[in-house]
Structure formats: C-alpha cells, structure tokens
Design a protein around this ligand. Sequence first.
Ligand SMILES: [Zn+2]
Length: 109
Amino acid sequence: MKRQLNDGPKIRREKEIVAKMIGIYCKKKHHQKALCEECQDLNDYATNRLSLCPFGEEKTACAKCSIHCYKLDYRQRIKSVMRFSGPWMLLYHPIESIRHIPIPGKLRK
Ligand SMILES: [Zn+2]
C-alpha cells in the first residue's frame, strides 16, 4: 500500500521555508546563484521527508520532533543550514522564523 504524500498548507509552507534557508546557505556559503548539487540534494531530501512526515498537518517543528526521521548525515547538514541561515531568516522572513529557529541568546532582546 502506498501512503499518500502530505500536501496540506502547513507542509507546503514548511517546504518553502526549508528551501529558503537552504537557498540562503548556498548563496552565502557556496556562492552559487542557483542551488549547487549538494544543496539541491539536501533540499530534495528535506522536501521528501516533509511529504512523508507521519504527523502531516499536525507536525511540530522538526527540531522538537521525537521521531528524527533524517538520516544522520542529512540531519547534520540540515542542522548547519539552520544554524547558519537562522539569523538571516530573522532579517528576511521574521514571521516564518519564529517557530523554527532556536534563537541564539545574543539576538534576543
Ligand atoms: Zn550549496
């Protein structure tokens, strides 16, 4: 039996956010105009995890999730993306950031 892929508004939004964060990371770290192969691969992986997330529209932020569905190397890669792009997201997309980013102490007012 094939599971239906998540396609609700929340999941779609999370995909957009992840794509933005990977985009910022690649642009600033790898100096690419479009995503480089490595970042594209990570983005595909993250998108796929969201499509298959067993919580679907009920999901919490991935960092708080008990399942940890990411494979170890992808988990480490997405973590460095989040850490790097988090502060940029606060600047560019403050609303989307709130749920996702563990705000470093020095940025808190
Ligand atoms: Zn890249």
